[in-house]
Ligand binder design. Structure first.
Ligand code: ZN
Length: 279
């Protein structure tokens, strides 16, 4: 229950008790008061969700996750809390007979937690459904096979085979999970709600400014550290940059330091510093 609801219950409860004392005496007022208190406690505890704590098995899965290995002990606690919250509060749905496992939930939740880790906890509240296909799936809309997609209706779709490949080969700059969640991040920032405009206007302006040059280069067919798919449109440019930012941090920094720094500023984390801290 919210603070407002408590205030309303408190106010009317107090009135009822006062009324009872005046007309029926103190004994009945005490009984009614206790009943009200019991009702408040019941509804309060019923409203509480399970505290987000990872099981031992889930934690064992997380130990394999590269980003997790670069975190300090304090950061790991926070990361585990977020991963656990996400596994419990998102609806994971398998398609084409795929059975959703704990491993899928933990690794997808960890990818979401990774991209948003620089901010106060972003739960991606507008994306409550995660649909998992066993492998690339045919889309009637585009007539192509897709490895993943995100739509503004609040759904993240992933091909598990491609998600796993992206995660297992962790330095080739290809990561479907990071790519799709990067799209979700920009949409979440644009959809009005509790989690809205968390990307700072001034940081976005710097990003847009610095990104423009490289985006134009790619569209003009010039060689770039950022792979050519980024030239599709500005959303794809951002998503591809996120993949390479996390997977090829040093190469990205060496090739395009200004763009790297603009990304670190925008999403409030620098994988290079983290990796340096760890090793
Ligand atoms: Zn994309």
């Amino acid at each position: 229950m919210s603070t407002n609801q408590y205030a309303v219950i408190g106010f009317f409860g107090g009135l009822i008790i006062l009324f009872t004392i005046v007309f029926f005496g103190a004994n009945l007022a005490i009984v009614i008061g206790l009943m009200l208190l019991a009702a408040i406690l019941y509804f309060s505890f019923r409203g509480l969700k399970k505290p987000p704590v990872l099981t031992i098995q889930q934690k064992a899965i997380l130990v394999d996750f590269d980003f997790y290995k670069t975190l300090t002990l304090t950061e790991r606690k926070e990361f585990e809390y977020r991963v656990s919250y996400l596994t419990q509060n998102k609806e994971f749905m398998g398609r084409k007979d795929l059975v959703v496992t704990d491993r899928m939930k933990v690794l997808i939740a960890a990818t979401i937690a990774q991209i948003g880790f620089g901010f106060e906890f972003i739960t991606f509240e507008d994306f409550d459904k995660i649909i998992i296909f066993p492998k690339a799936y045919y889309s009637k809309d585009t007539g192509h096979y897709h490895k993943g997609e995100v739509n503004a209706a609040g759904v993240i779709v992933l091909s598990w085979a491609d998600f796993l490949e992206g995660f297992q080969i962790s330095d080739d700059g290809y990561n479907v999970g990071l790519h799709e969640i990067a799209h979700a991040l920009r949409l979440e920032d644009a959809i009005p709600g509790d989690e809205y405009h968390f990307l700072k206007e001034t940081d976005l302006a710097i990003w847009n400014h610095v990104a423009e040059t490289e985006y134009d280069n790619i569209r003009a067919g010039k060689p770039s550290f950022i792979r050519s798919y980024a030239g599709t449109n500005r959303q794809e440019f951002f998503a591809v940059c996120i993949e390479q930012f996390f997977e090829q941090s040093q190469g990205f920094y060496n090739a395009l330091p200004e763009l790297y720094k603009a990304m670190a500023l925008l999403i409030k984390q620098d994988p290079l510093k983290r990796k340096r801290n760890y090793f």
